[in-house]
Write a protein that binds this ligand. Sequence first.
Ligand SMILES: Nc1ncnc2c1ncn2[C@@H]1O[C@H](COP(=O)(O)OP(=O)(O)OP(=O)(O)O)[C@@H](O)[C@H]1O
Ligand SMILES: [Mg+2]
Length: 407
Amino acid sequence: MTDTKTKYLFFTGKGGVGKTSLACATAVEMADSGKVVLLVSTDPASNLKDVLESQVDENITPIHGIDNLFAINIDPENSAEEYRNRVTRPLEGISSKEEIKKIREDLSGACTTEIASFDEFSRFVSGETEGAKFDIIIFDTAPTGHTLRLLELPAAWSNFTEENPDGASCLGPTSALKSGKERYHTVVDRLRNASLTSFYIVARADKASLKEASRTSNELKELGMSNQQLYINGVFKAMDKQDELANKIEAISIEQSNSIPENLKSLPLKTFPLLPYNVLGIEKLRSLFNPKIQLTITENLVSTLAFSTQELKGINELTEELCKNQQHGLIMTMGKGGVGKTIAASAIAVLLAKKGFEVLLTTTDPAAHIQDFIEQLGELPATLTVERIDPKVETQRYTEKILEHKG
Ligand SMILES: Nc1ncnc2c1ncn2[C@@H]1O[C@H](COP(=O)(O)OP(=O)(O)OP(=O)(O)O)[C@@H](O)[C@H]1O
Ligand SMILES: [Mg+2]
């Protein structure tokens, strides 16, 4: 199924499209074929443990029930803590407790966390550590924005460490990085080398997800990482041709897959069906690439199926409730990747604005394109303002403010 010949495989894509499922299924398939495989999650919200139904932590751990498969989570907070320890350990006994505390506080921001996790991640590509004994290393990543940031870092930081040997305030002395300039260069070279690294851009058969895949493909190309393949996951097929709803959903998914953005058309493409079950555990992971196992699991499932009788409220009722006794407020939608945070927030915002409330709809997602969603909701009321918190713009604004005050 996976016709890759490279050692490093990256699975990337929008939240909830199936990166983890496909990364794990590929890992299982390769381990089954006798390869020694390491699965690395760079997602701060890693769910490898649940999907593989086996212990996974910050150390390389063998996966229960399958030979040759190992997994590890790179935990950003843990990496940052270890980094702080490496910076302050040599100062113990030399500097005062207060000074050490101050240094640790300086090294507690997002910048340190990002660099420290990249520092961990880069070991697996540079092959300096345990990475060397694995035939294949598969990276399951966080939703797009975070991943691109991670991949941009090696290029940016190899320049940075060259120009700033004393480090930035968020780093302390760059000597505390495990890897030097050379390792960063090696990592960038390997990520760009088509015989060593493949990028699997995962999408669902819908416009928003394909549009994001298209952007990701371009951004990876700009970084020189062009060995890409497109995986369209969760493609719906109506089994009962008399079922009108099923036929309609199938028609929508065919129409949307036909509008694959131009730049993705040249990529090798594979599609995977929408399964009537969650892809949890080794056997279900195997089924993702194997129609026979899919059928067996589905037949077993159908015989034990129970329907929920719980009635859920609609979005109109929810909005009524939200503004019943209130004129002002802040509403935040939260949840796992791909569950519908943006579309729910957009719908609530439009409904409240239609009631006459002045509404600001904004997003903190680095890869968010709220406009794509809001367009689906038709004409927008004049009382609705749509905006986006862009981390780059905000960082710039913050830097300018600080410079203004401190000179
Ligand atoms: N082909 C499929 N058919 C049915 N369910 C699927 C399929 N692929 C994935 N799923 C289910 O969809 C959900 C999201 O999948 P997964 O966790 O792999 O996505 P992800 O892209 O890794 O999400 P995140 O961005 O949150 O990391 C899971 O519950 C998974 O079991
Ligand atoms: Mg995932």
